[in-house]
Ligand binder design. Structure first.
Ligand SMILES: C[S@@+](CC[C@H](N)C(=O)[O-])C[C@H]1O[C@@H](n2cnc3c(N)ncnc32)[C@H](O)[C@@H]1O
Length: 419
């Protein structure tokens, strides 16, 4: 009986739930692509902030606005200081001893409860339930200033432009002399919502957003999915908000970096809710990162369907998807040309000199990797090494080619506030 009680108790913690990176909020794309891309773009600004803080013998305080279930904590603490060498073990920019406080603010009480369950046991983590729709609430204003004001995964798109201006100008007033603000919106021109591209670019546009992607495909249609409005935005529109917030607060807000995240695969690539031509890529890219699971690489090829009248966007997506397809086809050829008996490649397809530099680099690295590891006889080297490297290479192509103007699921701006 004691045995049964012990197993039942273990199961009730939820820790016995089947772990899979193939579906759900924390799928492989979220953890190995989206979180990591955000971290890599944040790295230079965070490195600089940490250097300054250490010089002044200070530690950092982070405010996560619209923190949901508190995942911004892992996001910010997971940023690495640089591309680590192969030997180093500790690579975080913000080591736990350098964090003074992480505070999350969120309107939804159920998410706050979840955040407290997941992160509340960290002594330096706090959550408060409050509303940001009229700017920073009193519960935040009465706190000491923060070094980083963070939003993530589209939080700023919950608000109208004038609310955005109020939130950012309040942050400027609350902030100390020099501070980082990270603004995360939804991009206006993601391929996954091509049906929405025609809305006039000079008007604030809110899409009807469905979190339909958390349901498996088989039951997606039967599920009663709630709809809520989210603002789709371009870099120019964000800059108008930023300029207005700077004018209202009297602070200088300097954009350090804009980047598009999730151009190849957004949350809605698989649902087809806003573009029925969008390939069901997320499942397959999740599979690339999953150990001991081989992926049909042909299923990763994108057959881009242009939208007449949008030449600039079509040209960008043609070039981007053709580069991804070229890398995928090259990988397929290398795998088919590898001879396991002789441990040699029969023939190697050409890497043409006029390809974009980042594509050439990805192709050369894929060849070196396959030649270097394909001979291994234990572990499934294709599923466990080569496929995940293809995933990271596609991610790198996206990072190198993204223009930071609103072409992906998310558009993120990193700003420095100076007073
Ligand atoms: C797109 S989610 C991002 C959640 C979280 N940052 C993450 O990375 O998973 C946006 C969050 O903003 C919260 N939110 C929306 N309106 C808000 C408001 N007026 N005040 C505070 N939080 C709000 C939502 O409840 C939701 O948790």
């Amino acid at each position: 009986m004691a045995e049964k009680a012990a197993y039942s108790q273990a199961a009730s913690t939820g820790k016995y739930d089947k772990a899979s990176g193939l579906l759900g909020k924390y799928d492989n794309v979220r953890r190995f692509w989206e979180d990591q891309v955000t971290g890599i773009f944040l790295r230079p600004a965070l490195n600089e902030l940490m250097t300054q803080k250490k010089t002044h013998l200070e530690r950092i305080r982070v405010l996560d606005l619209g923190c949901g279930s508190g995942d911004g904590y892992d996001l910010i603490m997971g940023v690495t200081a640089k591309d680590p060498g192969i030997y180093e073990y500790i690579t975080a920019v913000i080591t736990p001893d350098m964090l003074k406080e992480y505070m999350g603010i969120e309107i939804n009480d159920e998410l706050i409860k979840q955040a407290e369950t997941d992160y509340g046991y960290y002594p330096k983590v706090r959550f408060i339930q409050d509303d940001l729709s009229s700017g920073l609430p009193e519960s935040v204003k009465k706190q000491d200033p923060f070094d980083i004001y963070l939003t993530s995964y589209g939080t700023m798109s919950h608000f109208h432009d004038e609310q955005n201006v109020k939130i950012i100008s309040d942050i400027c007033r609350h902030a100390p002399g020099r501070t980082l603000f990270v603004g995360d919106w939804l991009g206006r021109y993601s391929y996954e919502w091509q049906d929405l591209w025609h809305y006039p670019p000079d008007q604030e546009y809110f899409m009807d957003y469905r979190i339909s992607y958390i349901y498996p495909e088989e039951i997606r249609d039967q599920s009663d999915v709630a709809v809520f409005p989210l603002r789709l935005i371009t870099r120019d529109e964000v800059m108008r908000i930023i300029d207005e917030a700077a004018r209202e607060s009297g602070a200088e807000i300097k954009p350090l970096r804009f980047f598009d995240r999730s151009i190849l695969i957004g949350r809605h690539t698989d649902t087809g809710d806003y573009n029925k031509n969008c390939p069901k890529l997320r499942t397959h890219i999740n599979s690339l990162f999953e150990g001991y699971l081989r992926t049909d690489l042909e299923s990763l090829l994108v057959d881009y369907v242009p939208l007449p009248g949008f030449d600039y966007l079509n040209n960008f997506f043609e070039m981007f998807f053709m580069s991804c397809n070229t890398l995928i086809q090259y990988t397929i050829s290398l795998l088919s040309e590898y001879d396991s008996e002789t441990e040699k490649m029969h023939a190697v397809p050409d890497v043409l000199p006029f390809y974009p530099e980042s594509l050439k680099e990805a192709m050369h690295s894929m060849r070196r990797l396959i030649e270097g590891v394909a001979w291994l006889k234990w572990g499934d080297v294709r599923a466990n090494v080569i496929e995940s490297h293809l995933g990271y290479s596609l991610r790198k192509l996206e990072m190198d080619m993204q223009p930071g103007t609103g072409m992906g699921h998310s558009l993120v701006g990193i700003f420095e506030i100076r007073k």
